[in-house]
Design a binder for this molecule. Structure first.
Ligand code: NAD
Length: 286
């Protein structure tokens, strides 16, 4: 490869396929057992981006026949009140997934809230029990963005086993869980971050390169090996308003064998995986 012909991984199409399958499975679950998957979303404050994300999640639930319930709380809501709602949702048999939209206002400790969620309903996969179970194998739920990346690799029949995977970014929601998932699939995994020395030298080793740094177009053509699979998680808006990823798409697509675009790559998969986790909870934990 490396002949300027990278296959563009179509996350929009794959996410539609996945949501179609989930809709079918949800219908069967209702017919067979009378169970309708239910997702509760807690949103505190008036962060505009969070409101957009929550609206998308609700719409996605409706499209696959799930029940969704939203709690839109004012920014000055106390932690005790949020913990109280989480406690009620943990005990509610019609709710299989609980999602607390992050970031929370500063006076609320996100760890306290996440720790209060029943791990079997923690469809974001952020509870320490789910993180620990991912580390040792066999989690109830795994973080949605990394799961979406694996789904894309699998649907494009891209080999993982034995290959060099390099991840740029070590956050708890993307880089670290992705490293564990790729390790479980027998990749040789390297995780890079802001203090990595000679980043281009490391990224050039990658057969599978995942950029999750949140730094616009930082992965340039010279940082990518010919024929690499390049997955771009980053989303940034340039001053002129254009949405870009962490990968300089034009340069890198001339060297890569496969590449995800921004938008339309990893992004659409995240919500699809949230639905998948909610379905999983409804099927297995009711
Ligand atoms: P974060 O800020 O929590 O973590 C960024 C990580 O990248 C850190 O570990 C940091 O050390 C590393 N990093 C930053 N700049 C770097 C550089 N120049 N060189 C090497 N390492 C560097 O971010 P996050 O929450 O993991 O998100 C990363 C990006 O992915 C953001 O753009 C975010 O908007 C996007 N994102 C997209 C989705 C999606 O659904 N598509 C989901 C989550 C996050």
């Amino acid at each position: 490869m490396g002949n300027g012909m990278a296959v563009i991984i179509d996350g929009t199409k794959i996410s539609q396929d996945v949501r179609g399958e989930i809709r079918g499975e949800a219908l069967r679950l209702k017919d067979d057992r009378g169970v309708v998957p239910g997702l509760a979303v807690i949103l505190v404050g008036d962060d505009p981006a969070s409101h957009i994300y929550v609206a998308r999640k609700e719409k996605a639930c409706a499209e696959v026949g799930f029940l969704s319930r939203e709690y839109k709380l004012p920014g000055d809501t106390g932690e005790a009140q949020i913990l109280d709602i989480v406690g009620q949702l943990n005990a509610d048999d019609t709710i299989h997934g609980i999602l607390v939209q992050l970031p929370l206002p500063r006076h609320i400790n996100p760890d306290s809230v996440i720790n209060a969620i029943d791990p079997k309903k923690d469809v974001d996969g952020f509870h320490p029990l789910n993180v620990g179970r991912l580390l040792t194998g066999n989690p109830f739920h795994t973080s949605c963005t990394p799961s979406g990346i694996l789904e894309l690799l699998d649907r494009y029949e891209i080999d993982i086993q034995g290959r060099e995977a390099v991840i740029v970014g070590r956050s708890n929601i993307v880089g670290k869980p992705l490293a564990l998932m790729l390790l479980a699939r027998h990749a040789t995994v390297t995780v890079c971050h802001t203090r990595t020395r000679n980043l281009p030298e490391v990224t050039r080793r990658a057969d599978i390169l995942v950029a999750a740094a949140g730094s616009s177009e930082m992965i340039t053509g010279d940082m990518v090996k010919d024929g690499a699979v390049v997955i771009d998680v980053g989303i940034s808006r340039l001053p002129a308003g254009k949405l870009v990823g962490d990968v300089a798409f034009d340069q890198v697509s001339e060297k890569a064998s496969y590449i995800t675009p921004v938008p339309g790559g990893v992004g659409p998969m995240t919500i699809a995986m949230l639905l998948k986790n909610t379905l999983h909870a409804a099927k297995n934990f009711t």
